[in-house]
Structures are given as C-alpha cells and as structure tokens.
Design a protein around this ligand. Structure first.
Ligand code: WT7
Length: 674
C-alpha cells in the first residue's frame, strides 16, 4: 500500500438520469395508511419538527414510553461534540426490554424467533425451530449464567463467531443480561480477522460452533477459531486475552477441544440455572463493538451503548417497518453485520415481534429458497439488500411466481443505493404492486435507520431513501460545511446528535474525531455523497472515501491493499471498484511485483486466495491486474481516479492527467485493458 495520503474525491455530481426518475412517484395506499402506526404526512411532519426543535422533549417521552427502566434518567442529553451521553443517570437492561417486558402478557407464548436452516441433505439435518418469548428468556438466562460461571464479568468483551442460529441471538442477549460487551464477527471472515478483532478488543471469551451450514457444505468455524488462537506476531500470541471458548455442537464432524479452554455449549447450558437477575446498567454502558472497514488501516471497532441504541433500534423498527403483533418479520441479514444486530435481533424483539432467522444461501437448494420460506411462514415484512434483488432478477421471475407471496405487506431494502430497475422489479414481482417499499439509508455507525420513507405516509420514488427519521437532521454540504442548494451534489452530514449514534472507536478516540468529526466541525460526517431533490428527498450517491460497497458489504480498499502487499511477491497494490451488475461494485486490484517476478494466472489466483485468507472471501478481488508501475502524481499519490476508469474498461482515460508522474504508465495500463 502506498504510504502517501489520499485525496477525497469530489462529492456526487449532478446526475441527470436520476433527476428524470423523480417523476415516478408511488403514492401510499389508503388501506396501508389506515392501519399504520403513523397514518399521514401531516402527522409525520409535526412529530419530525418536534423531534428536531425539542430533541430532549421528544426523546425523553419516547424513552419513557418505549423502554423499561430500573432508574429514570436525570438528563436526556449531555452533548459536547463529538461526545454524546443520552439518558444520563438512568439504568436499564437490554435483555429485560427484549424479553422480560413481555412475560406478563399474552406475548410470553408468542414466537419470538422462528428459525430455519438449510433443507435436509447428506450431512445436513434440515432443522427448524421456534422459540417463544418465554423459551428465549429461559435460554438467555441460562446462558448468562454460563458466561458468569466461566468468569465473564460486567464490562468484559465476548467475541461471537457463530452461524445464523437462535443461539447466536441467545449469546448476544445473554451478554446484555450481565453487562458483558459482545463483538460479533461475521462467519465469513477468516481466522486472521478473528485474531485481529480479539487483539483489538481484548476479548476474554469466544463463542462459536463446530460448523455452520451453507450451500450443502460446512463452514469450519471452530477450526478457524483454533487457527486464530495460534497466530503469533514476533513470537507472541496476539490472542492471549482469550481464556475460554464455548462451542455449539451442530455437525457430526470431529473438532479438537482443548482441555481447560474449550467447552461444549450444551454441557455448560445443562449445568446452568434458568434464573439470572439482570444487571442494572447505566444508559451509557457499552453494549457492543462491531468492526467495520474504513478508508485507512485496520477495521474500526464501532462502539454502541445501551439505552440510546436500544431506543433507536426499537423506534425505527416500529415506525419504518410498521411492526404489529401479528406480523412475521424477516430481515435476511447476517448477525455479523449491523443490520443483523438492529433488525434481526434487538429492534424486532424490543417490539415483541416475531423475527424469522434463516441460515443458508438464497439459492440453495434452488433459486426460490427465499420465496419458499415467505410462503411457508406467511412472512408479512421482508427486508433485504439490492444485491440480492438484482440476483433474483437475473435468476428470473419464474422462481417467485411459483409461490404464494400474498402474505407480504411491506418490503424493505438496505446496504447500497438501489437502482430504479431493481426497485421496480421488487415492487412488481415480489410486492405484487401492492406493498410499499422502504429504502432505508443508515450505517454501522448510526446504529439504526436514519433516512427512510414511512410506509403509508411517504410517497416513494425508486432510488431514493426519501426523508429523515425522527430526530435525524441530515444535510448536504460543500467543503466548507455550508448547505448546498437543492439538486447540487455534496457531502452528507448529520447536524445533531441522535440516541443510537456511535459513541466512539474502541480504543482509538483520535481516529474517532478524525474520521467522523473533522470534515465539518461539530457535525457527523457520513462518508457518503448525496443530493437533495426539489421535494427534499435524499438521493445517496455512494461513498466518497476509499470504502467500497461490494454486495452491500463495506470493504476498505486500504485493507485489501495491505493484505496484498503482505504477500511476499507483491511490491505495491492499489484497489479500486468497478461497476458490477449484481454486486454493485466489484474489486479490481492493480499490483506491481517485486524484482523479476512475473504476473500470471497462477499468481493471480494465489493473490485472490491470499486476500481471502487474510480478510475473508468477501474481500477477494474479482480481478488482479499486474503492472510495471502504478500511475502516480508527482507528489507520489496513486491516481485512483485513473485506475477506476481503466478498471471500468474506459480505455480513453478522461480528466486531468497533467500531474501524472509518468504518462507512459497510463498508456501501458490502458493498452492492457483493451
Ligand atoms: C454504507 C454503510 C446500514 C446497514 C448496511 C450497511 C451505504 C446503506 C443505503 C441505502 C444508499 C446505502 C452507504 C453507507 N448504504 N444503505 N439505502 N441507500 N446507500 O452498513 O456496512 O455500515 O455501510 O452503506 O454508503 O454509508 P455499513
């Protein structure tokens, strides 16, 4: 990776095509509005205005109404940018709000989690389970006692590296019960990534499984953990903070269990009492750390805290998904991402809803797996990603058409800008032209949805997340932080603090300030380019930093570059995005080799595998291109703008190349492309 500083690209420029699309407006239906929690634009506007003009009044009321407290707060907000404290002096517990709160009502015996695995196949049991609120409560209390028995105390970090099974939710909630801080690592990440996160968070325990099932195969999670725990740097184990590993038994495969360190989940659980008093936790007690890629260096541990996060997840779930008692709600995200935290686990459970969890791929055993599940469980709300929708489009309408999707009443999307074609297809084929679509813009850092239509309220236009949620004050600004006129591109910032905002980067306050609070002083900088149309709708253009969005997964180019240069044959690497029909963006790496090494097919594949091993399969570049040199400015900056154009297949490179150090480099790279 080049050590030189990178320049920010100009924020989203005018996009004539998207302006033309604004004529396509979908008005909310009367039937939907009549039954929705919020039923009219006037009601939204009134509440929104209140939430911005008097945030403390608004959020104080919501916190009182929506959450169960041990002790009330004395101050709603203490704000000294960039540090926010919400509900100061209050005490609560997340597990109480997601479970105990419902035990005295008829909800106790309602399904909290409906879980389904991949269908039965050789070596795959084909499981299905339902946990009521009461059953989930019991499991969580027992497992909280397991954590305690194995030495976990309030404030300790527990790393969760598990498949999409109910036990993953049990693990998260059990941590919240006793005030342990969880850090979920996506099951698709490598042993190296697990080790890095353990080292950064100083986790004391790992919760994992002997395997996860995907596409008829087994993902060796425990083996990855074993490998992570063996990694040494300069002769020292980087994961020495780990004292124990608890392993969920699922497969018939043999795994190694290290005596005194590794314990079976079911054996521990069987010994534990089902009674566990919830810890009374301060509003600002750390709830979880979730690592996400940035534009430089290693992933950042985004920190969320107890009360504000929970209130944000609960309120957005309630209003954006219009959650009701008889809904079967399915968010298809993995718990390894923030969407899985806020909208598979915490948001729906805090609302007493029924949340569907699925372990497996959307096209296994066939391309209609999702529609099979929607029909079978009578799913009423479906929340998924544009990349999945584009894949469904490609597989063809005949697959959803085979199933009765009439139970659906609301559709959601998240992760990247949705192209209007995919929006229209989702609306027509999946939503039967009857379901509203909520295009929800938010980030790991924001904790919950920030910009989104309210179903039954906001007229929608394909491709825009429309208007802000209560208490959120986004603005599109220029380089000086001044609001730009309607229809001009700029940077998206948030002017006021909100309860579910991140509280920091774990162990790195300096990076927290630099990344989010320095672009426009006192404002939260999102890293996204944006434009507001004449109706005030926000059109997200995409990242303006060196972060790529591949299939809705956030990947920092710097991280992939450092993985590449850690390969012994690589001298220098630059990674850029190229438009991709299904993934949104695909990774293209430009690589120069050390000495007389020559690039060939074998090395290309080796480098891809190397990145997979260093980070995880999601970060493997789609293409690696070998070059004699990378195009640089005279001051040594890699000219990513040019590489992007070459990656996209634009051989005639557009724009200013006058600062290019060696014009021959670009000529050679372009020639390679043709
Ligand atoms: C980035 C955040 C929040 C959960 C999923 C991703 C992009 C997200 C949208 C949307 C346009 C979107 C942004 C954002 N993004 N949702 N509806 N329209 N762009 O979380 O990994 O933290 O990534 O995803 O670029 O900054 P994340």
């Amino acid at each position: 990776m080049s050590k030189t500083k990178r320049t920010k690209k100009a924020a989203g420029s005018d996009n004539i095509e998207s302006m033309l699309r604004e004529d396509r407006v979908f008005k909310p239906s009367k039937e939907f509005s009549k039954q929705a929690h919020i039923g009219s634009m006037a009601q939204y506007k009134k509440l929104y205005k209140r939430s911005i003009d008097d945030p403390e009044g608004f959020w104080g009321e919501q916190a009182e109404k929506e959450l169960t407290w041990f002790k009330p707060w004395s101050k709603v907000l203490q704000w000294k940018a960039p540090n926010a404290k919400w509900f100061v002096g209050g005490q609560t517990n997340v597990s109480v709000n997601c479970l105990d709160r419902f035990l005295d009502s008829e909800k106790a015996n309602q399904a909290a989690i409906i879980w389904e695995g991949e269908p039965a196949a050789p070596g795959i049991p084909g499981e299905e389970r339902t946990l009521t609120y009461r059953q989930l409560h019991r499991e969580v209390c027992q497992f909280a006692n397991v954590l305690k028995a194995r030495g976990i105390k309030k404030g300790d970090v527990v790393l969760i590296y598990m498949p999409m099974v109910p036990e993953a939710a049990v693990a998260m909630l059990a941590c919240t019960r006793i005030g342990a801080i969880h850090s979920v690592v996506f099951g698709g990440f490598s042993a190296q990534s697990v080790a890095d996160r353990i080292q950064d968070s100083q986790a004391k325990m790992v919760l994992t499984s002997d395997g996860g099932f995907r596409r008829g195969g087994v993902v060796p999670l425990k083996e990855n953990v074993d490998n992570a725990l063996k990694i040494k740097v300069k002769g020292r184990f980087i994961t020495k903070s780990i004292e124990s590993v608890i392993v969920l038994r699922r497969t018939k495969n043999k795994v190694t269990m290290k005596k005194g360190r590794d314990f079976w989940w079911h054996e521990e659980q069987a010994k534990a009492s089902a009674e566990c008093k919830p810890a009374k936790l301060n509003s600002e007690h750390p709830l979880f750390i979730l690592y996400t890629s940035g534009s430089t260096g290693k992933p950042k541990g985004i920190l969320h805290t107890t009360a504000g996060y929970l209130l944000g997840a609960k309120l957005t779930s309630k209003y954006v998904f219009d959650l009701k008692d008889n809904d079967v709600y399915w968010c298809t995200a993995d718990i390894g991402w923030i969407t899985g935290h806020s909208y598979v686990v915490y948001g729906p459970l805090a609302n007493g809803a029924t949340t569907l969890m699925y372990e497996g791929a959307p096209n296994w055993p066939g391309p209609d797996r999702f529609w099979d599940l929607v029909e079978k469980h009578r799913v009423s709300i479906l929340y998924t990603a544009p990349t999945a929708i584009r894949a469904f489009m490609k597989w063809g309408e005949e697959w959803p058409r085979k199933h009765d999707l009439s139970s659906l009443r609301l559709l959601g999307t998240v992760g990247e800008p949705i192209n209007p074609e995919a929006w229209m297809w989702y609306h027509r084929v999946i939503g039967g032209s009857r379901c509203p679509i909520v295009d929800t813009w938010w980030q790991t850092e924001t904790g919950g949805i920030m910009i989104s239509p309210l179903p039954g309220v906001t007229p929608t236009k394909p491709g825009t997340a429309t208007l802000p949620f209560f208490g959120v004050k986004p603005e599109v600004v220029d380089d000086n932080g001044k609001a730009v006129p309607k229809n001009s591109g700029g940077k998206l910032v948030v002017r006021q603090p909100w309860p579910s905002m991140l509280r920091g980067i774990w162990g790195d306050p300096k990076r927290f300030v630099e990344t989010y609070w320095s672009e426009v002083k006192g404002n939260y900088f999102t890293g996204d380019g944006c434009r507001q149309d004449k109706d005030g709708y926000f059109w997200i253009v995409g990242r303006i930093d060196d972060v790529l969005n591949v299939s809705g997964h956030r990947i920092g180019t710097a991280e992939v570059e450092s993985a590449l240069v850690s390969h012994p044959q690589v001298a220098e690497a630059a990674v850029v995005g190229r438009p991709d029909e299904i993934k949104g963006q695909a990774l293209v790496a430009f690589v120069t080799l050390k000495g007389s090494n020559k690039g060939n097919k074998k090395l290309l594949e080796e480098l891809r595998q190397h990145v997979g091993k260093e980070i995880g399969p999601v970060a493997k570049p789609d293409n690696v291109r070998f070059a004699d040199a990378l195009p640089k400015t005279r001051s040594g900056k890699i000219m990513r703008r040019l590489l992007k154009q070459i990656a996209a297949g634009n051989v005639e490179v557009q724009g200013d190349t006058s600062t290019l150090e060696d014009a021959n480099v670009i000529a050679q790279l372009s020639k390679d492309a043709s």
